[in-house]
Design a protein around this ligand. Structure first.
Ligand code: ZN
Ligand code: ZN
Length: 416
């Protein structure tokens, strides 16, 4: 059975290359109830690797929908303290965090945007310290895909549910390199390449990036001391891990006050159960001052108004070649984990503190002075295309090509 074998290879990859689970370590798994069979396989392998405990946080799209539909607003506005405390306790004990992820992109289509915002806000507030552990890599963590039925049907609308799921499994195995003989080895090579790209950009320390494409004319200033990441990272304890499987990006933070011009999205954004599509954002001094969307404009408005301004500024700038395997699949996944790795993207909201020197120890005031954005949200959206050109402006004002027609203009084999 090829599929069974691939599922086992996938589970190994997730645990060894993804969260890089260590003996005697605990593991939290967030997973949809639909993935139970696969989750059991992962848990078995986790114990084989010496896990001390595996804690599962099950979710169920249908129950989420019912609660979003019926629960009174005061319930949606309150995130249970016992739950936040419990999760925090586990990461404080050094638990790794694995999120197995495959939400129905249309789940909350009919739910009032105010109710969705309330839930997102409440969980963001209650889980601030917990998420700080994750965003600062104080523990290893990884987000991976699982082809739930409704997600698969969204990606392959003309297939029957079962066939759509099979097809999405195939795509996931291909994109994550699981269908190769030795996925762990393939990921080592892939991580090596991303490391070359990020080292090159870290040495360059570009002052600005200039984006040109259809509907896009954008200047992004990069703060002094910005750090590009990509591929495997190191946790606080020095354990290498891959936070996303798949991942094709190198990324850093923009200066929160240094973004000017207009950028157009090139893929739909699935946000809180809504699709926002064909949208355009115009920035002045780093802030969104104008926006339009052909679909989901109301959801986009709510997204931008999540907090007092941080949601209107950028927290991430990521480069992904247009010839990445996900992009080559030609599919729209309606799932950020996959779509963000198909294309150059930006994120509205919070910046990863580790994308600037000393970012993890800065006070809020210092963060602001250095141009580090803070927000309740971090929402990626895709802007890359085969027509995208990106230039870097050096600190002494020289212009250098970084991307031409959607792909790297730099041959990393020739740089050291
Ligand atoms: Zn990204
Ligand atoms: Zn992001």
């Amino acid at each position: 059975m090829v599929k069974q074998l691939n599922m086992e290879k996938y589970a190994q990859l997730i645990l060894k290359t993804g969260v890089h689970l260590q003996p005697k370590q605990g593991l939290i798994i967030n997973a949809p109830i639909e993935a139970a069979t696969f989750v059991r396989l992962v848990v078995e392998k986790a114990y084989d690797l010496g896990a001390k405990n595996v804690h599962i946080e099950w979710s169920d799209d249908e129950l989420t929908y019912l609660k979003m539909l019926h629960a009174p607003m005061e319930v949606l506005e309150a995130f249970p303290k016992w739950k936040a405390d419990g999760l925090l306790e586990m990461v404080q004990e050094g638990y790794s965090l694995l999120t197995i992820y495959g939400p129905d992109p249309d789940l909350l289509k009919e739910i009032d945007a105010d109710r969705i915002t309330a839930v997102n806000k409440a969980s963001a507030r209650a889980l601030t310290t917990y998420r700080d552990y994750v965003m600062n890599d104080r523990v290893t963590w990884s987000v991976v895909g699982y082809p739930t039925e409704n997600w698969a049907k969204k990606v392959f609308p003309n297939l029957l549910a079962e066939d759509a799921q099979e097809k999405l499994w195939e795509q996931i195995f291909k994109i994550t390199r699981v269908n190769q003989d030795d996925p762990l080895q393939a990921w080592q090579q892939h991580n090596q390449l991303l490391k070359k790209a990020r080292s090159y950009l870290n040495k360059k320390q570009y002052h600005q990036l200039i984006y040109k494409a259809e509907g896009t004319d954008l200047i992004i200033e990069l703060p002094k001391g910005h750090i590009w990441h990509g591929g495997s990272g190191l946790s606080e304890q020095g354990t290498p891990f891959n936070a996303n499987i798949p991942t094709e990006e190198v990324f850093t933070m923009p200066h929160k006050y240094g973004v000017h011009g207009t950028v157009r999205s090139t893929k739909p954004l699935s946000y809180g159960g809504n699709i926002i599509d064909q949208f355009s954002l115009t920035f002045k001094d780093g802030e969104v001052v104008n926006f339009t969307a052909e679909q989901g404009e109301e959801a986009l408005k709510h997204l931008l108004e999540t907090d007092q301004g941080g949601a209107k500024r950028l927290g991430e700038v990521a480069l992904v070649p247009h010839q990445s395997p996900i992009s080559q699949s030609g599919l729209i996944f309606y799932n950020t984990l996959f779509d963000e790795n198909a294309s150059c993207h930006l994120a509205l909201g919070k910046a990863y503190p580790n994308t600037i020197a000393n970012g993890s120890t800065m006070s809020e005031e210092e963060m602001d002075q250095h141009g580090v954005n803070n927000s309740l949200i971090h929402e990626d959206f895709m802007i890359g295309s085969a027509s995208m050109d990106i230039d870097g402006i050096t600190s002494d004002g020289k212009t250098e090509p970084i991307f031409r027609q959607g792909n790297w203009a730099i041959n990393f084999d020739n740089v050291n």
